[in-house]
Write a protein that binds this ligand. Structure first.
Ligand code: 6PG
Length: 258
């Protein structure tokens, strides 16, 4: 199997969250060694919440170089930040309010702007952050993603024309359950990341994991995230991996939950 692709399986969702936090710590320390900034994008939905809460506790709370860490979002629902559906609002309660990260290092998408304007403004923010006007690539150091039962990731939904996007870094889309306006990072941006980590837990995702890895169904958006120059890690719990690990058709490793 491609050495840049790893599948790690933990017994419980907490093992997935802890391994994700460990990867963030490893990447942040490596990246900020020479005082550079560390740019990570976090996912919405429920799966990452366990990891986010762990980041607000030691060892991660005191070990992550939060002063040089910048947080972005892979997608956002077009709602106010205090709406329960807001990915940023959820993250604020889960960890942002409890970690010593400078406010200026937190870069939420603005769910209260008209979707297209919000997407354009976020793309401008990314272009400025990565100094793209001087030819630099918008290469996020670390991107966390989830997967929906239909194989969507971020707000990239099956069959949506946004999957054909080749230029834009951020797009305005409609989709999801409930069906609503959203903003999402696009495949051109996600596939420039240095490292992408999928967090997937629960029996409800087991059939999708089988489709993603046994059938390599290219129509599934999550299968389109494959940073050519980066590392791709799937962190699964045993329930989500239950159909995948049977039959030895994919190589996987156990998460070290010490
Ligand atoms: C969103 C997420 C979305 C999520 C998947 C999985 O804004 O809804 O970005 O892509 O990652 O739907 O969601 P769960 O983690 O809740 O299963």
């Amino acid at each position: 199997m491609d050495p840049s692709l790893r599948i790690l399986v933990g017994d419980r969702p907490e093992d997935v969250g802890r391994e994700g936090a460990r990867i963030l710590l490893r990447c942040a320390v490596a990246r900020t060694g020479d005082n550079a900034r560390f740019a990570a994008a976090v996912a919405g939905g429920s799966t990452p919440r366990g990891m986010h809460r762990m980041l607000a506790q030691d060892p991660f709370l005191s070990a992550v170089p939060w002063d040089r860490t910048h947080l972005f979002w892979v997608d956002e629902r077009c709602v106010p930040q205090d709406d329960p559906a807001s990915n940023y609002g959820t993250a604020r309660g889960d960890f942002l309010e409890r970690i010593p990260i400078p406010r200026a290092n937190i870069h939420p998408m603005d769910g209260e702007k008209p979707p297209l304007q919000g997407a354009l403004d976020y793309e401008s923010l990314l272009k400025d952050f990565f100094d793209m006007d001087h030819g630099k690539a918008p290469a996020l150091d670390l991107v966390f993603l989830g997967v929906g039962p239909d194989g969507h990731t971020a707000s990239l939904f099956p069959g949506h024309r946004v999957l054909k996007e080749k230029e834009r870094l951020v797009a305005a889309v409609r989709g999801g359950e409930p069906y609503r306006d959203r903003m999402t990072m696009t495949l051109p941006l996600l596939n420039q990341a240095r490292e992408v980590v999928f967090l997937v837990t629960g029996q409800a995702k087991s059939r999708m994991m089988e489709a993603l890895f046994h059938r390599w169904d290219k129509g599934l958006p999550a299968n389109r995230v494959r940073p050519p120059g980066g590392r791709l890690t799937w962190l699964l719990d045993r329930e989500a991996a239950s159909l995948l690990v049977q039959g030895g058709r994919v190589e996987w490793e156990a998460i070290d939950n010490r």
